[in-house]
Design a protein around this ligand. Structure first.
Ligand SMILES: NC(=O)c1ccc[n+]([C@@H]2O[C@H](COP(=O)([O-])OP(=O)(O)OC[C@H]3O[C@@H](n4cnc5c(N)ncnc54)[C@H](O)[C@@H]3O)[C@@H](O)[C@H]2O)c1
Length: 319
């Protein structure tokens, strides 16, 4: 067993106990979340309405675990143990056995509400229900639930084995111990939770991401730089810095007086409108949706994809 393997298995036995984690919806996010949970020692029961999706859980989990093996993070024993802990179930009833359920079904409010109507009748009294929603507020989501105090948002990023952040967002009715237990559980499954004080659209991470995207589009639209130059600037500067200090730490380090001077003349120049979205619309209307169609701002060939894959491997290897 490698050292990394031992670390995972020690953390697992210390924290997993007999808790059962449920995951509802085994698409892109659900499989990643279930794999993290199982890798960290939790019996993980998963359910999906689509039998094909359910059948794809094991191969997709294997692919995630193989990537961790390739990056030197775990050994083959940890992979086998994790796979053995994931149970797929065609019946939602299995969630009766879960202590903590993470919902990861599509971002459609009616769908989530219909599911919650069923779950509210099923879940154990002590169980916590968490949604991986990208944007709905906890109060919007919790409407059909009887135990609103046991509901919270746990917003993972894709893919969870590479991006550790989980934004834990309580609603107005969420009990404080539910928020605390959720954050503790996220730590126990190898994630890095942050707790927001209140829900705002996009939480924190997506607000930062889309503020940067708006300005990136604005720069390209202005003709001042190509998409290649914008991306190189980010990767060779802020991409490196922000992995060490966040934007507010960076401002403290640069000097708030200096940042105030710069912001005073620069911020009025930055994009504030949604007209920049025309740049995305033009691409989408032309069928250029990015990697999925082979082209977007870039023509995606195998060489470019392999470069991204190498970078991803380096980041996963760092842990
Ligand atoms: N894709 C991302 O990068 C990302 C990141 C963070 C959060 N999210 C959020 O996570 C959630 C899931 O996103 P995804 O990308 O994994 O979606 P997805 O479409 O890949 O998977 C959703 C799965 O839910 C299943 N499903 C639909 N209705 C169901 C039901 N009633 N009961 C059980 N299963 C059901 C579908 O069959 C599908 O397998 C969404 O709320 C999304 O906004 C997505």
């Amino acid at each position: 067993m490698s050292e990394a393997d031992k670390a995972v298995s020690t953390a697992s036995t210390a924290s997993a106990g007999n808790a059962v984690i449920g995951v509802v919806g085994t698409g892109l996010m659900g499989v990643g979340i279930a794999t993290q949970s199982a890798l960290h020692g939790f019996r993980t029961v998963v359910h999906d309405v689509d039998p094909a999706r359910l059948a794809s859980v094991a191969p997709k989990a294997q692919a995630v675990l193989d990537e961790l093996i390739d990056a030197g993070r775990i050994g083959p024993e940890a992979k086998q143990a994790a796979l053995a802990r994931i149970e797929t179930h065609a019946d939602l009833e299995v969630m009766r056995a879960a202590d903590f359920v993470i919902e990861a079904i599509p971002e459609v409010l009616e769908l989530k509400h219909r599911l919650y109507e069923k779950l509210t009748a099923l879940l154990a009294d002590h169980a916590i229900l968490a949604s991986n929603t990208s944007g709905f507020t906890p109060d919007q989501l919790a409407a059909p639930l009887r135990a609103k105090e046991r509901f919270v948002i746990a917003h993972f990023w894709n893919p969870p084995h590479m991006i550790p952040l989980v934004e834990v967002v309580p609603g107005s009715a969420t009990a404080s111990d539910v928020t605390a237990q959720t954050a503790a559980l996220m730590t126990a499954i190898g994630m890095e939770p942050v707790v927001l004080t209140k829900a705002i659209p996009g939480f924190v991470g997506n607000r930062l991401q889309f503020a940067v995207l708006r300005e990136a589009l604005n720069i390209v639209r202005s003709g001042a730089a190509t998409p290649e130059v914008v991306d190189r600037v980010m990767k060779a500067s802020l991409g490196r810095r922000w992995g060490i200090v966040g934007p507010l730490e960076a401002a403290d380090m640069g000097g708030l007086d200096t940042f105030l001077d710069i912001s005073t003349h620069l911020m009025p120049e930055l994009a504030k409108d949604e007209d920049v979205l025309d740049l995305l619309r033009e691409q989408v209307d032309a069928g250029r949706v990015g990697v999925r169609s082979g082209a977007g701002f870039y023509d995606w060939d195998d060489v470019h994809l392999a470069q991204v894959s190498e970078g991803r491997k380096r980041v996963i290897g760092r842990g």
